[in-house]
Ligand binder design. Structure first.
Ligand code: HEM
Length: 125
């Protein structure tokens, strides 16, 4: 069903995004396949960048000042990231949203947004 509100507004705006991204990184850091990629990363900064990125790509205010997905993840690819890791990231994002009672159709749309940057993240385009 269509809705003229952005995905960002439909999940609950800034408050929901804050809770979601924090929960998402707790899941990522608890995943032994993903955690090593974040060993040297300032997670407060990472969380802020991810909030701004997901806000922008879900139709909220654009305050993203981070790098493009290819540049940001060059180091990640150099450390061996593959489709498997992108799959895990998308899975954790979907599980986070489900745990916050975000409706399935919105989880699907947000998953599609994450899927759309797969090739950039992995340096394939
Ligand atoms: C699939 C969708 C993904 C999205 C939307 C995403 C989003 C982001 C964003 C917005 C940043 C901040 C960019 C900046 O610092 O300027 C970032 C950085 C980072 N991402 Fe991702 N990411 C994804 C997948 C992954 C995967 C699969 C991994 C690990 C295997 C990963 C690991 C990292 C790391 C380690 C950084 C920090 C890089 C640095 O500061 O040097 N990301 N990501």
């Amino acid at each position: 069903m269509s809705d003229d509100k952005s995905i960002y507004e439909q999940i609950g705006g800034e408050a929901a995004m804050n809770v979601a991204v924090e929960d998402f990184y707790r899941r990522v850091l608890s995943d032994e396949e993903l955690a090593p990629f974040f060993d040297d990363i300032d997670m407060d900064r990472q969380i802020d960048k991810q909030k701004a990125f997901l806000t922008m790509v879900t139709g909220g205010p654009n305050q993203y000042t981070g790098r493009d997905m290819k540049s940001a993840h060059a180091v990640v690819v150099a450390k061996g990231a593959t489709d498997r890791h992108v799959d895990l990231v998308i899975k954790h994002l979907a599980e986070t949203l489900a745990s916050l009672d975000v409706p399935a159709n919105l989880i699907e749309q947000i998953g599609a947004v994450a899927e759309s940057v797969r090739d950039d993240v992995l340096g394939r385009k």
